[in-house]
Design a protein around this ligand. Sequence first.
Ligand code: DQA
Length: 166
Amino acid sequence: MAPRAKAAKTARKSPARALRILVVSGPNLNRLGKREPHIYGSTTLSQIHTELAKRAAERGAAVDCRQSNHEGDLIDWIGAAEDDGFSAILLNPGAFTHTSYALYDAVKGSSLPTVELHLSNPDAREEFRRESKIAPACLGRIAGFGAASYGLALRAVLDRLLGESS
Ligand code: DQA
């Protein structure tokens, strides 16, 4: 069988192979591990990314993990995600959660399922954190489980994409 036909057959047999998930973290999350560890824990973003890559690979998928402190970067990445071949987005927008209509528009304008995620539980914190501008554009939200929120969000989105949701 020609290599291309073989690859297509393999992809059909295990569709997870084709899945690429974009993981986007917003402002100040580059400082995880040092930043208010009593709230955000001691795990660094780099450790979270390594763990996600492992978990994704276990299910035949792949993650592309990015972080920026700049709103425009997040908007550009989300806007290009479908054309770039991603199947879903995991998004921790940091404080832009509570302020950014532009990020809401970017998520709303993307046809990809997007999961909003947070390490802390914003609803249990200061009043201003109780509003998410992004939530109405998202498939769902996972918050409050520390670094594990990332892994839980990955699991939720892969279950959905692979038709394994209960
Ligand atoms: C956060 C929660 C936000 O309110 C905050 O501004 C962050 C981190 C979280 O992951 O818990 O920067 O998104």
